[in-house]
Design a protein around this ligand. Sequence first.
Ligand code: SF4
Ligand code: SF4
Length: 374
Amino acid sequence: MFFHVIVTSECNSQCRYCYGEALQDTDEDFEGLDVDYSLPKNISYNMSELSEFCARDPECVLTFYGGEPLLRLEEIGRIMDNVKVGHFLIQTNGLLLDRLDSAYVNRFHTILVSLDGDETLTDYYRGAGTFRKVVENLKLIKENGFNGELIARMTVMEQTDIYKQVEWLLDNSEFSFSSVHWQLNAGFWKNDFKRRTFSSWSRNNYNPGVRRLVKFWVDTMEQSKRVLRIYPFLGIAESLLFGDNESLLRCGGGWINYTIQTDGFIIPCPTMWGMKDYYLGHITKTDPASLKRVFVGNPCSKCDILNLCGGRCLYTNVTHRWSDKAYVHVCETVRTLIEAINDKAPIIKSLIEQEKIHRSDFEYMKYNGCEIIP
Ligand code: SF4
Ligand code: SF4
């Protein structure tokens, strides 16, 4: 089982798609859902309680999450010193990575670091100076011996040219990543669809960009015998090629990847923070193996591509922040992604048969925080 541990709800960034959206989107009406807005900012349960909870799952994987988890360096150290798990991962904005002792950093199996692309784009979304500081920190942790997987985790919206930015992250003179994942800022806020241009951008820019990127991905396999670790492509290709057709959420939210709030209650995913209707247990009382499971409902449950999409996002499915009419444009991005990879599947298969690339090139740690479906 995978568990996000919310270390703190505080953050040291003010990103456009999070802090910026929150300022413009003050409507907290979750249509009948009971939300606790008074959760503790920091962990309020005892370390022994977390330790005992994880001990009941021999394959427990913990991912530090926030807010910004590195604002609580000592708490992270305490957990890593006292809780026995299979692996530790972290999702961070990377600004404080230089402050965590390398003895801890080097124990992370995976670090997912928020970068949206090149310096101009990252600083536009995340604030001036962000890119430079994060890249300095990444170089430092590499120098200090970090050998785990480092994933550039992009948040994508209308200012992003997906083809240009993913290609740049994979190969540039500043800091090239071996792994990239992204998530669309789509369906998370109540009123933003009206003030944004998501439908025309996704149709005219993002979807064509994804098709072009898939072509680039497969061209690279043919020309360099390399399968670039572009996570949305890896996940879909693996299912299409090797028959691992899943119908459950690919992020794992609500069935294999849960979140532990600062008060110890367990929810399906970090964005469902405080949603009491979705409290599935508490670390002091619930066995990891007996946690309730939650699944997506309509429109996903009736969708013809549910087996490949998995439902994209439980939070957007249950909160309906975007209307069905608006969400159709998000589903169109999912269809584009699946079709683009499906179109290239015969070429990929033939490259595997010729042993230019290998099935193992498509393997990855599932539920590591990459949702696969952006
Ligand atoms: S494509 Fe849309 S409706 Fe279909 S499963 Fe995915 S998110 Fe749900
Ligand atoms: S995709 Fe949605 S349900 Fe899954 S972890 Fe992200 S916000 Fe949560």
